[in-house]
Design a protein around this ligand. Structure first.
Ligand code: F6P
Length: 403
């Protein structure tokens, strides 16, 4: 008979591994004597009119993508009296502890709520296909992967696998029709997802951490087209120009102040149409943007992502059972093997000099901006998540037949 009550919630953009994390938390929570309650729709469920459900581990299918307790980008700190409402809700639901699953925004709200309602510990598991919560190794020497805090965010490995497969698949139609295809990856201001497509052997990858030299890229694309007759380019949705501004963004801003990104692949395709179509031997109609949008974060998790997420959920439940507060369950690389640990939330969230939380972006050691491609350290980073890089299979070995 459970004597204590553990609330869990999922906030921010969904991923494929959220239910797996919930499964781990519910299994670990039940084993430690907690009744697990799902707070519905992220922090919105902690408001006075929010809803909650019983969440026994038996009700959670870890292979199902998305989140069965739904999500939102509600920011309690921006709702009038939001923290007080959440505090009252903790009392009303009889919660003894809370685990929030989310990205930096969800974690920041959780820390504030813990400070506001000090009698209830709040612990965390990260999630985001952007992979932007955690730290890179310090210093400028070799990229010491084992120093990374939160090696990856659950949901990222599945999205990275999907994108790499999609980039690889695009080659067959680019080859067949002699096309230049510009494929747009999500990830906001972090290029992790775009960089992962190196597994699918695109010709060029454009990351948002480096201002784009569009002339250099257009020249490189034109030369590659002349050489191979087709080109696949991956561009991160947050790619920026020399002025540091995104190449494309819409006017929408979410509750955390983030502007919606997207559309830079079309911007780049338009640039190419006006600059290389005709002289470069490719017609404008053969240059296209390909935007996979939510396809890259929906559906089932990979077995790797699922199993890791369950383990991380269990680690968060163990932190709760041990009476800990403000801990984040994190994957860490121990030698060549991934293990699970917990860190203080303050050591996982990066802040700039002014104290504002900032995303973990791609480290310069992992990407070569001159050739628009991944480095060997970059490939090393991905290996524990995606395995060894497979072969490129773009070219067919056919000999001319003259009769
Ligand atoms: O943060 C995850 C993410 O998928 C980003 O990569 C993307 O820019 C954003 O969410 C899309 O937001 P929304 O789900 O609100 O459309």
């Amino acid at each position: 008979m459970a004597t204590r009550r553990l609330g869990v919630l999922t906030g921010g953009g969904d991923t494929t591994a959220l239910n797996a994390t919930l499964k781990g938390i519910a299994l670990g929570g039940e084993a430690a004597g907690y009744e697990v309650i799902g707070i519905e729709a992220g922090w919105a469920g902690m408001l006075a009119d929010g809803s909650a459900v019983g969440l026994p581990s038996s009700a959670i299918d870890p292979d199902r993508g998305g989140t069965i307790i739904r999500s939102s980008r509600t920011n309690l700190r921006r709702v009038d009296g939001g923290m007080d409402q959440a505090s009252a809700r903790i009392t009303q639901l009889g919660l003894d502890a809370l685990v929030a699953i989310g990205g930096d925004d969800t974690l920041t709200v959780g820390v504030s709520l813990g400070e506001h309602h000090q009698s209830v510990p709040v612990n965390f598991v990260t999630k985001t296909i952007d992979n932007d919560v955690g730290t890179n190794p310090a210093g400028a020497g070799d990229y010491a992967r084992s120093e990374m805090r939160n090696y990856f965010c659950p949901g990222f490995p599945t999205a990275a696998t999907w994108l790499a497969d999609a980039a690889r698949a695009l080659r067959t139609t680019a080859y067949s029709h002699g096309r230049i295809l510009i494929f747009e990856a999500m990830g906001r201001t972090a290029g992790w997802l775009a960089l992962a497509t190196a597994y699918g052997h695109p010709d060029f990858i454009v990351l948002p951490e480096w201002p784009l030299d569009v002339d250099a890229l257009v020249d490189a694309i034109a030369a590659r087209y002349t050489d191979r007759g087709n080109v696949v380019v991956v561009v991160a949705e947050g790619a920026i120009g020399p002025d540091g501004r995104p190449l494309a963004e819409s006017g929408d801003v979410d509750a955390f102040g983030h502007r919606r990104l997207g559309g830079c692949s079309q911007w780049l395709a338009d640039q190419l149409k006006s600059r290389v179509a005709h002289d470069g031997g490719v017609s404008a109609g053969n240059i296209s943007a390909v935007i996979p949008s939510y396809m890259q974060r929906c559906g089932r998790p990979t077995a790797f992502d699922r199993d890791r997420a369950i383990e991380l959920g269990r680690a968060a439940a163990a932190a709760v059972a041990a009476g800990e507060n403000n801990r984040v369950a994190c994957p860490v690389l121990d030698g060549d093997t991934l293990a699970t640990t917990t860190h203080d939330v303050g050591d996982v969230l990066l802040r700039d000099a002014g104290g504002t939380i900032i995303p973990r972006t791609v480290d310069p050691r992992l990407y070569d901006a001159d050739s628009f491609s991944i480095t060997s350290a970059g490939r090393d980073y991905f290996e524990p998540l995606l395995g060894p890089v497979g072969d490129d299979y773009c070219d067919a070995e056919l000999t001319p037949f003259t009769g």
